[in-house]
Design a protein around this ligand. Structure first.
Ligand SMILES: NC(=O)C1=CN([C@@H]2O[C@H](COP(=O)(O)OP(=O)(O)OC[C@H]3O[C@@H](n4cnc5c(N)ncnc54)[C@H](OP(=O)(O)O)[C@@H]3O)[C@@H](O)[C@H]2O)[C@@H](O)CC1
Ligand SMILES: [K+]
Length: 501
């Protein structure tokens, strides 16, 4: 598990670090890491370092200071460096002096020669002939979208970009992008990830992210966001031991599907079958169809005669009418962990008396997509993390908000995110598979917050495997349906378990 810290948390840690290590020394360390990664990128993209040209886009604060110092270090490797100053009066004085001492060139972004878009001839030329661009426009103090001159310069960049701390134009806290934003080839950050590296559009704009050690770790404290790694999911994924039988590994009940929509039952039930070796019971009108697809499932027509289970997964395809309502009520009264998805979320939103059926001691997991979330608690908005955290606390439930970045909040405020690295899971029925996975993990006794994290990671890996045939997020893939995703679940589990060895 690793973390991401908010700009406020980073700043608080930074102040403590400065009491131990003088600020200029910290900046030089950060800038040195930027220079190392810039030289590496130059080497990779153009085959050499000395004799190449780096253009620094320099804003008004310390982010620009980092870029200027990095430019000074690059000069020592024989790189030609031009700094383009967006706010000449506010450019970091010590960084500017260091670059000039090292023989770097400094030009203004605008000035008397500016074209109709506000870009001076020298700046336009520096951006055009760069072999690499270092983005020091703005970092942790970014507010709103890029200003016009910065946005125009960014639009003109064609060379690979090293983003300092975060790609300019990406909101540091939410990862949202409003207008132009840098798309980095690599982002070099300091001490730990920022939320924008792991949320929303920020993931695509910043990756891969290199975290440089500048001594900040000692002061960071608990992160705002947690992220799981394949190896720990693999290490914790429940598999049978020598003493296990079908009951000891947890029995999950699937209450999904209908005569009109049997597919939801087949997908959710199939996911539960493949997630663990525990037993799967199905209860609902699609019993025959489920049996035909998954003979190992013990299927009955109604939740009232389903038998004992250690967890329920309820909702996909049950409808929002009276029968769906009674199914949900029965499941909520059962006193075992429940994963409520799809129609059950709509039912909870439309009929608040259903909450009264809930056993307060039994964990509840809600897995809405944005539309279901809006029905339950209003529009998500740009700050998805805060919105999900608030709803988790309000309903005393673990809430998993689906999306390209899945956000999972526990009632105590802990938030876990899973960045899918690609969008292949965005297909009909994919959510039903996720629900089955979570249900099986709940039945196996996994903590609900962790179960959501494990399931969403394996779910996104399965989608990637199904679409591309491998684990490379940048590989060429073909569109998949949920059945293909489901069929890749065992391979995805094997892959994460292999990482744990
Ligand atoms: N903590 C760490 O780990 C370390 C941090 N370090 C570095 O410090 C950086 C933070 O520096 P910082 O606080 O000086 O602010 P920064 O982000 O450079 O912004 C500067 C100014 O830009 C402006 N501006 C705002 N929004 C804008 C927009 N949308 N588009 C254009 N301009 C915009 C606004 O100025 P204004 O023009 O409004 O006066 C703002 O004040 C951090 O990211 C890291 O690189 C390392 O050196 C050491 C280790
Ligand atoms: K930046």
């Amino acid at each position: 598990m690793y973390g991401a810290w908010t700009p406020d948390q980073i700043r608080a840690a930074e102040q403590k670090l400065f009491a131990r290590t003088p600020e200029p020394q910290v900046m030089r360390r950060a800038a040195y890491a930027v220079a190392v990664h810039t030289a590496r990128l130059l080497d990779e993209s153009s085959g050499s370092v000395a004799g190449r040209h780096a253009t620094l886009l320099v804003g008004a604060g310390n982010n620009g200071g980092d870029a200027l110092w990095a430019g000074a270090f690059l000069r020592r490797r024989g790189v030609g460096v031009t700094a383009v100053l967006l706010s000449p009066d506010k450019a970091h004085p010590a960084g500017l002096a260091a670059l000039r001492r090292a023989g770097g060139r400094v030009v203004e972004a605008g000035g008397p020669s500016a074209d109709t878009a506000g870009i001076g001839a020298e700046a336009a030329d520096a951006v055009e002939r760069a072999d690499v661009v270092v983005d020091g426009i703005v970092g942790l103090s970014a507010r709103g979208g890029l200003r016009p001159t910065a946005a125009e310069l960014v639009r003109r960049v064609t060379a690979p970009v090293v983003a300092v701390d975060l790609p300019s134009g990406v909101d540091p806290l939410t990862g949202a992008v409003d207008g132009a934003a840098v798309s980095a080839e690599v982002t070099v950050t300091f001490g730990g990830h920022r939320p924008c590296h792991v949320l929303g559009a920020g993931v695509v704009h910043s990756r891969p992210v290199e975290v440089a050690d500048i001594g900040l770790d000692d002061f960071l404290g608990d992160p705002e966001l947690y992220l799981l790694e394949d190896a720990e999911v693999g290490a914790c994924w429940p598999v049978p031991s020598a003493s296990d039988d079908k009951y000891s590994q947890g029995v999950v009940g699937i209450a999904a599907g209908s005569a009109t929509y049997p597919g939801a039952a087949v997908l959710a039930g199939g996911a539960a079958v493949q997630a663990t070796s525990g037993m799967v019971r199905y209860a609902g009108p699609a019993a025959d169809v489920v049996r035909a697809h998954w003979p190992e499932v013990v299927a009955t027509g109604s939740v009232t005669d389903a038998g004992r289970v250690q967890a329920w997964a309820v909702g996909p395809g049950i409808g929002t009418g009276g029968s769906g309502r009674e199914v949900l009520r029965h499941v909520l009264e059962a006193g075992v962990p429940v994963c409520a998805d799809a129609d059950s979320i709509t039912l909870l939103a439309e009929d608040p008396t259903l909450w009264d059926a809930r056993d307060p001691d039994a964990p509840l997991v809600l897995t809405p997509h944005a539309g279901e979330f809006a029905r339950l608690a209003g529009e998500v908005g740009a700050d998805r993390v805060s919105a999900v955290r608030e709803v988790a606390a309000r309903f005393d439930a673990v809430v998993l908000l689906k999306g390209n970045t899945t956000v999972v909040a526990a009632p105590d405020g802990r938030v876990l995110v899973n960045s899918a690295r690609q969008s292949w899971p965005a297909t009909a029925g994919s959510g039903d598979v996720l629900t089955g996975l979570i249900g099986a993990l709940l039945a196996a006794g996994i903590d609900p917050w962790a179960a959501c994290g494990f399931a969403s990671l394996v779910h996104s890996r399965a989608a990637l495997l199904a679409a591309t045939g491998g684990a490379d997020a940048d590989a060429v893939g073909a569109p998949i349906g949920a059945s293909a995703l489901l069929a890749s679940v065992p391979d995805a589990i094997r892959a994460v378990r292999a990482e744990a060895l």
